[in-house]
Structure formats: structure tokens, C-alpha cells
Design a protein. Structure first.
Length: 212
């Protein structure tokens, strides 16, 4: 095996919660009278909640205090979590689950490296609670991607060096974080078009070809 550990981003890699994020941010933006569309939403991928709010506020005519920003950020998260209640194990594709099972069978350690503070709840909704060897998420980091902190912490929790780990990402900021952290990267989805990654995946199961 080329690697001892695989670190996965969550949203857009293991599952797809983009629609829930969009609906939650759209509801908040509408409340504040801010124009918000899919193009702006794409800028939020892989970005922390507070940094996402700052991007949305670029189109805001007024000004908000730090406390107000914190409150609106929390309001968005509450909307998002209510939407996530509709998630279930049926939202986890068979291809993803079969590939993860094969990686575990091959003896690789698996971790989540996500800026989301809801990572554990999402995994629970998908039926993957306790499945991963380590979880590094928005609750244990100070800097979001493209800072490599979330992936470096995942390596630390796995007891592996960055060179022993492969990061799977669907966002440019995530690939940049992995590169900065000294890890190889496998791009999936829109991240393939960045041409930054060590490997480009057409489908999730292609990951099995990268580890041997």
C-alpha cells in the first residue's frame, strides 16, 4: 500500500449536503435582504461558517457587530440542522460504503477532515457513527481550509505522518490545505478541474486504484 491512512472531507465526498447549506444560507440571506445565489454558495465550499457569513455579508448594505454575526451564524446552523434531520443511511451511496469497507479491509486507517461542526451528527444520520478511526472537524480547529490544520490534526489522531496519508477532497481550498500540509491528494467532483491533485477521481471507487 502507498498509504497507511485516508482522510476524507465530508460534504461533497462522503455525502452531499450542499443543498441543505444552500437552503439555510438562502433563508438567512433573505431575512437580511442580501442577494444570494448558487454562484455565491459555491464560494462557501470548504469554508468555515463564520468565514462563509463574511462572504455573504459582502453584499450587505449595513453593518453588524461581532455579537450579531455570531447570532446569525448560529441561526443559520440551527436551520441547517433542522434540514439535516431528513438525512438517513439511504443518503449514503452503496459505492461509497463499499469502497470504505474495502479500504478498511485492506488495513487502512480512515479519518474525517472537515471544517463542519456538524460532522459527527451527519455521520450519525448516515449510519456511520463510530465507523471512522478519527474525526477532525470544526470543533477542534482554529483555522479553516485552506489552512492545513484540520488535516494535520487528523494525521495526529491517526498516529500517522502527513506523508503516510492521502486526502480526498472536492474543493480547491481542501486541496490547497492538503498540499500545504504535505499530504498527497485525490480530487473528486469539481476539484478535478483545479488540476492541483496527485490523483483525479472519476468516481469514488477509483480511490482503490490510488492506494496500491
Amino acid at each position: 500500500m502507498k498509504y497507511k491512512g485516508i482522510i476524507f472531507d465530508l460534504d461533497g465526498v462522503i455525502c452531499h449536503t450542499d443543498k441543505y447549506h444552500y437552503l439555510a444560507w438562502k433563508q438567512l440571506a433573505d431575512k437580511l435582504g442580501i442577494y444570494f445565489d448558487e454562484k455565491i454558495n459555491n464560494r462557501l465550499r470548504g469554508v468555515s461558517r463564520m468565514d462563509s457569513l463574511e462572504i455573504i455579508l459582502e453584499n450587505y448594505n449595513g453593518s453588524l457587530t461581532a455579537t450579531e454575526k455570531e447570532n446569525y451564524s448560529e441561526e443559520k446552523n440551527n436551520i441547517y440542522k433542522r434540514l439535516l434531520e431528513d438525512m438517513s443511511p439511504s443518503d449514503l451511496s452503496k459505492e461509497v460504503k463499499d469502497t470504505l469497507d474495502q479500504l478498511k479491509e485492506d488495513g487502512l486507517k480512515l479519518a474525517i477532515g472537515s471544517s463542519s461542526k456538524n460532522a459527527r451528527y451527519i455521520l450519525e444520520q448516515l449510519g456511520l457513527e463510530g465507523y471512522f478511526d478519527a474525526i477532525s472537524d470544526g470543533n477542534n480547529i482554529e483555522k479553516s481550509k485552506p489552512d492545513p490544520e484540520v488535516f494535520l490534526k487528523a494525521c495526529e489522531y491517526l498516529g500517522l505522518s502527513p506523508k503516510e496519508c492521502l486526502v480526498v477532497e472536492d474543493a480547491k481550498s481542501g486541496l490547497e490545505a492538503a498540499i500545504e500540509g504535505g499530504m498527497d491528494q485525490a480530487a473528486i467532483g469539481d476539484a478535478v478541474y483545479t488540476q492541483l491533485a496527485t490523483y483525479d477521481l472519476a468516481t469514488f471507487s477509483d480511490l482503490l486504484k490510488c492506494i496500491r
